[in-house]
Write a protein that binds this ligand. Structure first.
Ligand code: HEC
Length: 125
C-alpha cells in the first residue's frame, strides 16, 4: 500500500495539499517530539509546551503556564506554515537561544510537511 502511494505520488505531480495520508505519516514523525510535547484536545504542558492548535499562534505565547525562554517569547514570530517548517528543520537557526533541546532536527522535507499536516489535523474547528 505504502509503495503504491509513493509510486502514485511520483508519477502524478500533484501540488502539495495536506491529506489524511500526510497526517498519518506525520504522526510517526511526531514520535520524536512526544517525549516533550503533547498534542490533542487534552494536551498538557510537559518538558515542552503543549502543541494543540499551535499553528497561527504567537511563538512563545501559546501554552498557558509554560515557562518559555525570553528568546522565543520575544521573537515576534507567528507560527505560520513557513516558520513552523523552518523550526522543525533547525529551531536554533530560526530562534537563536531558544531552550528546545532537540539536536536531531527533522532533515527530510517530506517529513517536515507531514509533521505539519499532522499537527494541523489535531486542531479541527
Ligand atoms: C527535549 C524536549 C523536546 C523535544 C524532543 C522537542 N521539543 Fe519542541 N519545545 C521544547 C521546549 C522546551 C520548547 C520551548 C522553547 C523555548 O521556550 O525556548 C519547545 C517549543 C516548541 C515549539 C514552539 C511552541 C510555542 O508555543 O511557541 C514548537 C512548535 C515545537 N517545540 C515543536 C516541536 C516538534 C515538532 C518536535 C519534534 C520534531 C519537538 N518540538 C521536539 C522541547 C522539546
Amino acid at each position: 500500500m505504502l509503495k503504491w502511494v509513493l509510486a502514485a505520488a511520483a508519477v502524478v505531480a500533484v501540488p502539495f495539499t495536506a491529506s489524511a495520508q500526510d497526517a498519518e505519516a506525520g504522526a510517526a514523525v511526531f514520535k520524536k517530539c512526544a517525549a516533550c510535547h503533547q498534542i490533542g484536545p487534552t494536551a498538557k504542558n510537559g518538558l515542552g509546551p503543549n502543541l494543540q492548535c499551535v499553528p497561527g499562534s504567537k511563538a512563545g505565547h501559546h501554552a498557558e503556564g509554560f515557562a518559555y525562554s525570553d528568546a522565543l517569547k520575544n521573537s515576534g514570530l507567528t507560527w505560520t506554515d513557513e516558520n513552523l517548517l523552518a523550526w522543525f528543520e533547525n529551531d536554533d537557526k530560526l530562534v537563536p537561544g531558544n531552550k528546545m533541546i532537540f539536536p536531531a532536527h527533522v532533515k527530510s522535507e517530506e517529513d517536515r510537511a507531514n509533521l505539519l499536516a499532522f499537527i494541523k489535523s489535531q486542531c479541527k474547528q
